[in-house]
Design a protein around this ligand. Sequence first.
Ligand SMILES: NC(=O)c1ccc[n+]([C@@H]2O[C@H](COP(=O)([O-])OP(=O)(O)OC[C@H]3O[C@@H](n4cnc5c(N)ncnc54)[C@H](OP(=O)(O)O)[C@@H]3O)[C@@H](O)[C@H]2O)c1
Length: 325
Amino acid sequence: MTDLSKKSKTVSGESLSWIGIGSYGIGGRGHRDVSLTEKKSDRIYIDSLQYQFKRGYNFTEISLGYGHGNACRLFSEAMKGFGIDRTKLFITNSLYPRDFNLPNEVERDVDEMHRIFDTDYFDSTLVTQSLTIKYGYDKIVSMLHKLLESGRTRFVSLSNAGKNFIKKFKKEFGDSLFAHETHLSFEVRINQDAGIFDTCDKLGIVNIIWRPLRRNMSSKYSWDLLVELSKKYKKTQNQIILNWIAHLECKPMVMSTSKAHIDENWEANSFTMEDWDYERIQNFRVPNFEVPEIDWDKKGEGIGMADFAIGFDDNYKDFKSSNSN
Ligand SMILES: NC(=O)c1ccc[n+]([C@@H]2O[C@H](COP(=O)([O-])OP(=O)(O)OC[C@H]3O[C@@H](n4cnc5c(N)ncnc54)[C@H](OP(=O)(O)O)[C@@H]3O)[C@@H](O)[C@H]2O)c1
């Protein structure tokens, strides 16, 4: 099995921080296919990014589609303004199908990302299972091989894939496959139940978690267990969630523009809970809720994993109202 501690390093040789910088939302929320919402001033994003560099957050995944290009522009400006050496950050360039209408736009984005970041390499280049379906597996895989061979990417990564596809990608890329980025939160356990994290552990692929706090929605439910553990350990509910994810040796990525939240999230790994409590969190499932069929192999049967995770609150509300009579 691959030694993940060797793989999870920046070019300067530092280990990846236990939690990463979420970049979706920097410069406004939205990919290219939708209008931007919740846009704040550039200064707020730059200050919060620089504060994360200062605290020791040293990895991110970022896409040219995030904030219609604003996320990359602001991230690059934050790096220059802070004077952080490029080699001290592990930056994954993500390519999401919703940002492209034509296959050649994918390669155009890669070039543009190198220009914006003024870099000759990305630490990893991420594709989703859906991108390979949209433009053809062979075409996407060949582009990734070329990026690896030319040194323009150190590794490749995958996002939102099922077990079969993860195994296929591992066969294709071997030790050059760095991470699988997917969702895990207090309420949404479909990846856990499908054995995705165990599969990646066995194959020596880093598990990275997107939207672990469900944008602070999990804490709004005030689940008994989270409230109890929050009181017991004198930590916030969000810290309990992040601590559990770190205990699973998965790496969460959280987006924040608030220094208080950045501190709170960073410090979530500075305590240990009793084994029994980790087990209780691990075994928690939303009561009286039936998870729909998940379309792991993208065959058009069931709901997509990411769609289910993102739409959890609506799915849960609908399920409760249709089962209340
Ligand atoms: N691969 C994929 O398909 C995929 C999909 C979704 C996301 N992602 C990646 O994952 C990253 C994280 O996901 P996300 O940004 O959607 O969701 P998130 O990190 O769970 O939530 C971010 C939101 O939560 C708030 N927040 C952060 N820490 C908090 C705390 N301690 N207490 C209360 N509120 C807190 C932030 O507000 P404040 O600014 O006020 O702190 C922000 O509005 C993204 O930025 C993106 O890079 C990848």
